[in-house]
Design a protein around this ligand. Sequence first.
Ligand code: ARG
Length: 559
Amino acid sequence: MNLTNQIAYVISNALENEWTVDQVEQLLEKPKQMELGDIAFPCFTLAKKLRKAPQQIALELSTKLLDNLIANVQVIGGYVNIFFNRTLVTNQVLQSITSDQQQYGSKSITHKKIVIDFSSPNIAKPFSMGHLRSTVIGNALANISEKNGYEAIRINHLGDWGTQFGKLIVAYKLWGNKEKILAAPIEELLKIYVHFHDIAEKDNSLNEQARAAFKSLEEGDEEALSLWNWFKEASLKEFQLIYELLGVNFDSYAGEAFYNDKMTKVVDDLKEKGLLIESDGAFVVELEDMPPSLITKKDGATLYATRDLAAAMYRHQTYNASKTFYVVGNEQTLHFKQLFSVLQKMGYEWSKQLEHVPFGMMLKDGKKMSTRKGKVILLADVIADAIKTAKHNIIEKNPTLEHKEEIAKQVGVGAVIFNDLKNDRMNDIEFSLEQMLNFEGETGPYVQYTIARICSLLQKGNFDAEAFTFSSNGVEAWPIIQLLEDFPRIVEKAFNHADPSQIAKFSLLLARQFNKYYANTKILADDGKTSSKLTLAFSVSVVLKESLRLLGVPAPEKM
Ligand code: ARG
């Protein structure tokens, strides 16, 4: 039971169970200023229910709040402001963290599943900045879901099907060079794809050929299939390099092609339910307040939306998850609205648990970082740049550090990930290497550096996690304790709002508070309090490390 639970329990009791512990907990607030108390209970809603003045209720309640966690109670307006018994709370918080360690803030197992559809790049195309954002946000959400007691199923819904593969097959047959493609698959495939578009602008017959090629692919033509398979394997190999760098794994790579043989069922289902309407030879589902959803084209070929319908149905049968996040850029908001609404019309109540988790763009100098039309900024290059700059910084700051390569990688990659996650995901974010690698800024390296500092402190002080003491942390430590105490709630909020930035912002606050404390307190002083100060430092490092782990950011012990 955490502190807020306990206080809610005391209040609920004092109210003679007029309200449940949960109801009280919902109402509890943090006072705007620390001087007003540690937690406040507003009496306004209760006043309505009891037809009494809020201040009257607050006064009566304040006399009944007797518990050793509570040091003092003050009534201001309709609020009961509560001051904690700091020694007791400090001990309680530090005790939980030192005994639970990385389990601190973990919810008990819910036996529920969550499907997270993320990353999902397109075969034979460069891994874009949008895919990077999806990868980083989706991975963090999967970790956060697990922390909240869910079983997370990480799915990479690869873009490995569609008319573009018809184009690619035609382009390859006309201009492809096997050796070149083997040497640099994505770069070369993109080149012939772009070339196809240039030529097709003047010669429409190419598009006809491409449609026919995709049709034969859908029908299982052997030559088409083997080309497609080769494109896919070669691209995946390149994507894998990025996933390894980022430390991201998937449970399934079932992409769009996987649903090719499950499409007739979807179309039949729609037909049976009388939802399929012919329009110019194509078939659509009409929707209220939005454009119709295109299900099959004139030539019978299926679309992105059709495959998403099949995927949703297949996943429901296979996993029966109680929640699904589609981590996809906000430019696809309409697509997901249409998808969910078609499933609703089909009568699938389970579709209510599907949620699009959108995000903004990645900008460089205020402009969208584009990977289309040959203007490729290869993601691997971007990350390599971050690592190089990180290494440069390390050599400057800490020339004798061992394992520089490995640590530069952790710092560089961590910087890129943290820079993405520290903002509300709907915001566009600016990609600036210099800013994201700043050791003193609001950055991943700043949090990493704080952890490394604590690690060396603990080593110097011979800290023994088994033989620690709590009490006698001075008032300066209180803001840190409050933050540590808040961590389990932050973990919950991050999940409920599908918002990793809650964790990133929290880790910045905690690192900042600790560094402030560190600047003003001699931790390794010979004053008999070293052990309890080290316990505090240790607890901060546990929670900071866990925060970074949830975000997918590595935490080197030395920097
Ligand atoms: N491959 C798609 C793209 O790059 C993203 C797929 C997202 N997931 C999904 N189930 N639609 O735009």
